[in-house]
Design a protein around this ligand. Structure first.
Ligand code: MN
Length: 266
């Protein structure tokens, strides 16, 4: 409650800014359907099922006045949140129902390496890249999210281009093992958000350790978000992200709705 009649209060100020267009809500979430690109692990590993809707009734005998579906999906499908318990290094850590709310509503910065990823699909972010960015924009936000823009969301409607798999594996951008270790151990970020199908580079199974973003970040109680879109609509600094995974008890991940609040000048 505001203390005097001229103070609109924080929530009213926020709502007025949204209504007036000075605070933009950007949807960072990929549409979730049976066509959403998903991770394809090579044999002998076993893949999760893709997302699908199963009709139980549709205004017919099983339910004459209603339509409803069963949802079939793996945890790590579409835009989703990785919890520490997903990885062997974080196996005793939080599951996806236990993530602190202050990590899910937090500042976000966008590091744009779309030009580098366009030139080299195996581009990986290095510590030097982040430190050069920090020299210009300030340190990564404590308790906030590093969102890595690679332009990969432009391929999200084309699974072949998105996964970019050839005889030597998948070729999509990510972060190096050294960078993953540094982010996990030397920075105060809550998590890493990416546009690709997972938080590791496509060929990160061959890195040391394998899948270092998972290994280091989840092993240090940090989180991942994948398959983000529309990062081009966010400024380098100043956005607020809202990450909303389902509260799946014991879950190692969950599909999520991810939104950003961005201040616009008029
Ligand atoms: Mn995942």
């Amino acid at each position: 409650m505001s203390l005097n009649s001229t103070d609109p209060g924080l929530i009213n100020s926020l709502l007025s800014a949204v209504a007036g267009g000075t605070l933009d809500i950007v949807d960072l979430t990929a549409p979730l359907s049976s066509g959403t690109p998903t991770l394809k692990l090579p044999a002998p590993f076993v893949n999760l099922i893709d997302f699908s809707l199963e009709t139980v009734s549709g205004f017919n005998d099983p339910g004459p006045f209603w339509k409803h579906h069963n949802i079939h999906t793996g945890e790590h499908i579409g835009t989703h949140v990785d919890a520490p318990s997903h990885w062997i290094t974080g196996r005793d850590g939080d599951d996806v129902s236990q993530l602190p709310l202050k990590a899910l509503v937090a500042p976000a910065v966008v590091l744009d390496f779309s030009a580098q990823a366009a030139a080299d699909p195996d581009f990986v972010l290095e510590v030097d890249h982040i430190q050069a960015w920090e020299a210009q924009h300030g340190v990564l936000p404590a308790g906030g999210w590093l969102l890595l823009r690679t332009g990969w969301d432009t391929f999200a409607d084309d699974a072949d281009a998105f996964l970019n798999i050839d005889d030597s594996g998948s070729h999509t951008p990510g972060i190096s093992a050294e960078c993953a270790k540094w982010l996990a151990e030397e920075t105060a970020i809550a998590g890493l958000g990416v546009e690709t199908v997972g938080i590791d580079a496509g060929n990160a199974g061959a890195f040391d350790p394998p899948f270092p973003a998972h290994y280091y970040l989840l092993g240090n109680n940090k989180y991942g978000v994948t398959l983000l879109q529309n990062l081009a609509q966010l400024p380098p600094t100043g956005a607020m992200i809202i990450v909303a995974p389902l509260k799946i008890v014991g879950g190692t991940a969950s599909p999520a709705r991810v939104l950003a609040l961005v201040e616009r000048s008029r």
